[in-house]
Design a protein around this ligand. Sequence first.
Ligand code: GLA
Length: 733
Amino acid sequence: MGIIYHEKSKQFHLWNDEISYIIAVLPNDEIGHVYFGKRLKNREEYSYPSDLRYPKAMVCGMHDRESFSLELVGQENPSFGGTDLRDGAFAMQYANGSSVTHAVFQSFEIREGKPKLKGLPAAYTNEDAEAETLVIRCYDELTGLTVLLSYTIFRDYPIICRNVLYRNDSGVEMTLQKALSATLDLTDQEYEWMQFTGAWGREREPITRKLQPGITAIGSNRGSSSPNMNPFVILKRPTCDEMQGEALGFSLVYSGNFLAQAECDSYGQTRFMMGISPMNFAWKLTPGEEFQTPEAVLVYTKQGLNHLSRSLHHFYRNQLSRGIWKTKERPILLNNWEATQMNFTEESILKIAAKGKEAGVELFVLDDGWFGARDDDYRGLGDWVANTQKLPEGMGGLSRKINEMGLQFGFWIEPEMVNEDSDLYRAHPDWVLHVPGRDLSLGRHQLVLDYSKPEVVDCIYDMLTAVIDGANIAYIKWDMNRTITECYSIGRDSTEQGKTYHAYILGVYDLYERLTTRYPEILFESCASGGGRFDAGLLYYAPQAWCSDNTDAYSRLKIQYGTSYGYPLSSMGAHVSAVPNQQTGRSIDLQTRADVACFGTFGYELDLNELSDEEFEKVKEQIVFMKKYRGLLQDGDLYRLQSPFSGDKAAWMVVSGDRRQAILGYYTAEKYANEGRSTVRLAGLDPDLLYHVGSRELYGDELMERGIDPTDPAIGGYETEGDYTSRLFIIEA
Ligand code: GLA
């Protein structure tokens, strides 16, 4: 790994064993992009692939007049207004109303490791030697704008992290109207765009389409990264599949509004960009002030989508999630939400927890309804004090009783929200986002607290720490159940309102930072009506996220499969719930429910007292299985083998780091009569090792090249009956 600056050609080469990223100072002294891909040999000068075909009719050149146009070269941080007529990565409006920038190369710095981003989540190094960082400083003399472009290359991953910092070094105000985190200019258009799309209850379905001339874009302006569009995009070659081929992945380490887009121009070029959504964004900078963009993670592979995903999985587990839980085996939990909703007493909770203990559960989680007047979702949010009618000895008493059973204890919060019917709202009606004189929109009967105000964050922090300090808390589920509308902050100057969306997220990060610092032992799980804010930003604070409110096993298989393109299994909260399922009405076999949930951070979301004796015995077996294999399931290498989105059969597997142990999950949605043969080719094994699968002994090469027949009784398989069935196969060297 290294970063080399070639002084004569003014080119930077960032490289590790897998990738190269090459940057050049352009003839007009702005910063150009040359290459991102498989590692290249180092050389003094790489020619620009795109400055050769000039001039073209209707293309303007400026610097050195007409021999050079920004429209025809790759750039690192382009802005609109000059000779590049494509969309720009940033727009700064200056005091005279102009928004044309010409920020030219001044200097650079290369350092070991990776600096923190102030107030924002970002990947980090455990030791400095894991990465090197390049910061290029550019300056626009006419306006006094300084731009710092940061790039970190990691030794062990085909990954580059990027961010941009803008500083007003003039004597007058200027306003950023757009500030994306990364641009990647590519020299052809033969890409398919993959996005992860859905809505509540059907999050992150992979959708693929070919790039066409013009702009292909996704984003969220909901105030959160959203269940609708995930801030993760793949550009893949049409020939790339799960096992081979070239692809680029782009992930934004951010939880608020975002934009990701690819623009195919008329000259065979593609410009990819990603960052904070420019919608209603305006960041005024007074002299000396700075704006820091979130981080974008760029990943490259020539070995197919599975490899791209695995690179991100390991990266997020080792270099993004923090704290003691990041790589630790996660406790098997029991959550009462689907069992009781808000209708519970301490006695009924203890009964559910006791049965969990008997089954082998390790952590009991008390969900919504424990605080204030929270008997339904019309009231109570914001009043973070235990309701003593439900919990006579408060959270302290309940946690003690649960601990005495031999279980750890955790609870649910939704700290960004408030109900109109709450003491907090009655005391501070100006603490919610709203436009004076306009009706307030409600979502799930609640309003959004204005987290751009430090006093709001402080107040919630004080309430929460009082509850946590008064009890023995091992886990917190942090929910967020509505989108943001009427995003206006009372008391903020009219020229500062464009900051509100982003300042809100900075407030959320501030509270997360303070709580995770004060309580390093607590396992945080993020949640937003299920998977509504499942993004790399929150993985920095909470290493796992409730994947979806839809707990139907077959829906979940799809949701977890889609999620796995960008995020590790250890980040996916996945629970077995009761049937008929509360979201789909489907009744899927208990074993199939567990066979799906075990590919994630496993738990139960039902009242185990309501199971038959036979079912309860099954649950006990599932928990024994999960305790034995969770290390492998949560930390192993994931291989997607057959997609539930493209047929009635699905399969995936995890393989241990030493490749001696693997688990294959095989799922059938629809059972056909007189069915034909099925073959599953495994992946990731050692071709030379002899593995046991059931009573068969097979070499890795046979398992991967010939495959297995999941109905073969000798490997523990059989013809399943009915729809929505599954099998797990243990493969051991
Ligand atoms: C959201 C969450 C659920 C549950 C409820 C409680 O919908 O996703 O898991 O916590 O809120 O109100």
